[in-house]
Design a protein around this ligand. Structure first.
Ligand code: ADP
Ligand code: MG
Length: 466
């Protein structure tokens, strides 16, 4: 079989399964190889592989046969060069890692039966890196962290459920895995199950198909600690919500701990049933705030310490981490990605990681998190840097320790924003444009002779983004 043949079979399948199904399930399949009667496809996630295998496996085989390809078996694999996404793995591994057969979902070898036999707990695998030890605590996440710690002690259930919410990449999944790891090691007697809401739905739909709803119910009602990640996923999916609600109530009634995460507060999840939203709010609801500069710097420093082993001898110039913490203010995942890239690049070229190297190497990442600099931001940064009050930045004081930074802020405003001199003057407490012009000239002169000023300017400029 060739890619062309598969292309034609795909067109047939499009007619057979309809556009929506096609786009979601058939289009992502990439023909990989046909050997000894086994036709293998690459899939982006195990979830898709399993779903396709179960729901479209027979149809695909038939259409292949019609195109002259007789496949005894078809297999779906996530190519090994792709990083595994634990969140996307189908509930195949029991929480104690006895088995992970979800790598290959083959049809028609009844994978469902095999999975069910192997996995007595419906959880998803945990990420080894996501522990409390590797979680950096700062103001924005300290409450969530403290609540997670408490739950991880596995003592009396004091708030049920624990509901963690916050934007993408702020550490929700990390905290949940950390709870699971700790419970597994301290309280091996407890049945701890972690899975995403998507996996919950998938298990449920599968149970419906196979008349296994009784087992499904029993299985979920027998756990001691249930964690469901990204619960916003089940919004609008009525029967899944219904089942989730019953599972939830049954466990709460038995005083079993439940931990839920979502990307927003329970009341703000659209299409989530009222009664579910209100039950979700009946325990402790804590949010993870967007990271601040200190937390980002802390996380970077922590990561650098971890990298030291893998990249011995790699030197990072002072200011690089600060620069990154300032410039990448989106989510922690992006921050981590940037650092990984930087280390790989630095070790490849065998050079100290300087600000220049950082800017070269991360140009695209930095551009993506680029935003327009305002005069106010410049004033704030400069004031911060020189430990002076914002009010003095725009006030009348003329002492050198205040006037000089003010001039630098004017200079930076001229160079980093598109504001005109009169506009800049107005933002500095209604000063005249000639004052700004004078400041710009003065700093230009000083820059040439005073290293400290030149360095400060450069640092500030980079922070504010060149
Ligand atoms: P979420 O589930 O909220 O989208 P994750 O838990 O997947 O976010 O976190 C994204 C990445 O950022 C993970 O690699 C995680 O380890 C890391 N991360 C997030 N917050 C922290 C933190 N406070 N300390 C260390 N790493 C963190
Ligand atoms: Mg997550």
């Amino acid at each position: 079989m060739t890619n062309d043949t598969w292309g034609r079979v795909q067109q047939d399948l499009l007619k057979a399964v309809g556009k929506n199904n096609y786009v979601t399930w058939i289009e992502p399949l990439e023909f990989h190889a046909a050997k000894n009667g086994v036709v293998r496809f690459h899939v982006p996630t195990n979830f898709i592989g399993n779903w396709v295998s179960r729901n479209f496996g027979d149809q695909i085989q038939q259409h292949l046969l019609r195109a002259g390809v007789s496949a005894e078996r078809i297999e779906f694999r996530v190519p090994s060069h792709q990083p595994k996404r634990p969140a996307a793995m189908v509930a195949a591994a029991s929480a104690d890692h006895r088995s992970v057969p979800a790598e290959v979902a083959s049809s028609p070898a009844r994978p469902a039966a095999r999975l069910a036999a192997n996995a007595d707990l419906p959880g998803a695998p945990l990420d080894k890196r996501f522990t409390f030890e590797s979680f950096v605590v700062g103001k924005p996440n300290q409450l969530a962290h403290a609540a997670a710690r408490r739950v991880a002690e596995g003592g009396t259930v004091s708030f049920n459920p624990l509901f963690l919410y916050g934007g993408v990449g702020l550490g929700k999944t990390h905290l949940m895995h950390a709870i699971a790891w700790q419970l597994q090691s301290d309280r091996p007697d407890l049945r701890v199950v972690y899975l995403s809401a998507e996996q919950f739905m998938y298990r449920f739909v599968q149970a419906l198909r196979e008349n296994g709803t009784m087992q499904f119910k029993e299985m979920f009602r027998s756990v001691d600690v249930l964690m469901v990640d990204d619960v916003q996923f089940i919004a609008g999916k009525e029967s899944t919500q219904e089942e989730f609600f019953h599972t939830f109530n049954a466990l709460v009634d038995q005083n079993k701990q439940i931990i839920i995460s979502a990307d927003r507060a329970p009341g703000e999840i659209k299409k989530l049933e009222e009664r579910i939203a209100s039950r979700l709010q009946s325990g402790l609801v804590v949010d993870l705030h967007p990271t601040d500069y200190e937390l980002r710097l802390g996380i970077l420093q922590h990561k650098v310490d971890q990298y030291r082993d893998s990249y011995p001898g790699l030197v990072i110039q002072n200011g690089v981490l600060e620069f990154l913490a300032h410039r990448i203010s989106t989510n922690v995942r992006v921050l981590e990605g940037a650092l990984t890239k930087l280390f790989a690049f630095g070790s490849l070229v065998g050079r100290e990681i300087t600000l220049d190297l950082t800017q070269d190497c991360l140009a695209d990442v930095l551009r993506a998190s680029d935003r327009k600099v305002t005069v106010e931001e410049i004033q704030r940064k400069v004031a911060e840097h020189y430990n002076m009050r914002m009010s003095d930045m725009i006030g009348p004081k003329r002492h050198r320790t205040i006037a000089r930074p003010r001039q630098m802020a004017m200079y930076l405003s001229k160079h980093l924003t598109s504001r005109s001199l009169p506009e800049i003057g107005r933002r500095f407490g209604g000063r005249d444009h000639t004052t700004v012009m004078h400041a710009v000239r003065r700093i230009e002169e000083l820059k040439a002779v005073d290293n400290q000023i030149a360095e400060d300017l450069e640092m500030l400029r980079r922070m504010l983004e060149a």
